[in-house]
Design a protein. Structure first.
Length: 306
């Protein structure tokens, strides 16, 4: 009991001791003020997050995979981030994966005790054949989740790069010896122990930074535009046309024809338009330049990166 009572995420918040006596608006103002502290807490750890981004970028660039590993709310945040990578950045679904204690059933309903056995985290990584070249991000808001720490230990054993994201600096965090530690100090939760609140918000911010930073490093964007997408619905078709207009000066008809010639691949269409080359040559140049549109265009004879 004393071990759990000492965790940062279990501490009572003195600001919210009478939250059940407040009006609805007063309650929301209090929660909002506490939430406002989250960005500053993340800001204090940006050097650590940068290390995590570089580790993940290197792993993915060299053909490795990224695994999120968590339980409960932390596991669901990993699932959310992993699920958003394919539609946002055009990644293969196998590139960024997420494991949650208790398996798929635990996404919607808590699986009692699933997080309490460290062997489960190790077994789940073994089932995905995690190994050298892969990166594993353990997410444990409380800093003591056995499932996560068992997974981190196995990841280290098999040669994965390891990152730990937590909101409680427990002894287990230091014992884990992850390559990168992101220990966020968000303060006590408005509702004691409810880590889906400030801890969850901080965790999502960090996961967003890591995955987005890595994807930018992999050439998935051109400036701040998402160019590595497949136009699979009307919104994405329109976005592709607008990007081709803004970057290459094509009107809607020209953009549609260029996309068709590129097999629906926006990055290929961009290199074709900006460098004045055919689809096959554009795709080859992108491959040579590790997916960067700017470098691919600059590397061609008539092209110039906009």
């Amino acid at each position: 009991m004393s071990e759990w009572a000492s965790l940062a995420t279990e501490q009572p918040n003195q600001v919210s001791t009478a939250i059940d006596e407040l009006s609805t608006l007063e309650m929301l103002v209090l929660i909002n003020r506490e939430d406002a502290k989250v960005a500053a807490a993340v800001g204090c750890l940006l050097p650590n997050v940068a290390e995590a981004v570089d580790l993940v970028t290197t792993a993915l660039r060299e053909g490795g995979r990224l695994f999120y590993l968590g339980a409960g709310s932390s596991g669901r945040l990993g699932i959310l981030d992993a699920a958003e990578c394919p539609p946002t950045f055009g990644t293969d679904p196998g590139m960024v994966q997420s494991l949650i204690a208790g398996g798929p059933e635990a996404v919607f309903r808590a699986v009692e005790g699933a997080e309490d056995d460290p062997a489960n985290g190790a077994l789940d990584l073994d089932a995905r054949e995690a190994g050298p070249g892969d990166a594993v991000i353990g997410i444990a808001a409380s800093g003591v989740t056995p499932y996560v720490f068992g997974g981190i230990a196995r990841a280290r054993e098999v040669g994965c790069g390891t990152i730990l994201v937590t909101c409680s600096d427990s002894p287990k965090v230091r014992e884990a010896k992850a390559d990168v530690e992101v220990v966020l100090d968000v303060g006590a939760e408005v509702i004691a122990g409810s880590t889906r609140m400030k801890s969850g918000t901080a965790t999502k911010m960090v996961l967003n930074m890591i995955s987005t930073g890595a994807m930018i490093g992999l050439g998935k964007t051109y400036g701040n535009l998402m160019v590595d997408l497949m136009p699979t619905n009307k919104k994405l078709v329109d976005r592709s046309h607008r990007i081709l207009h803004d970057l290459a000066g094509l009107d809607r008809g020209q953009a549609a024809r260029q996309l068709e010639a590129a097999g629906g691949r926006l990055k290929v269409a961009l290199v074709m338009a900006l460098a004045g080359i055919e689809a096959e040559a554009a795709a080859a140049m992108l491959k040579r330049e590790h997916g960067s549109v700017k470098r691919a265009v600059a590397a061609t004879d008539g092209g110039s990166a906009a």
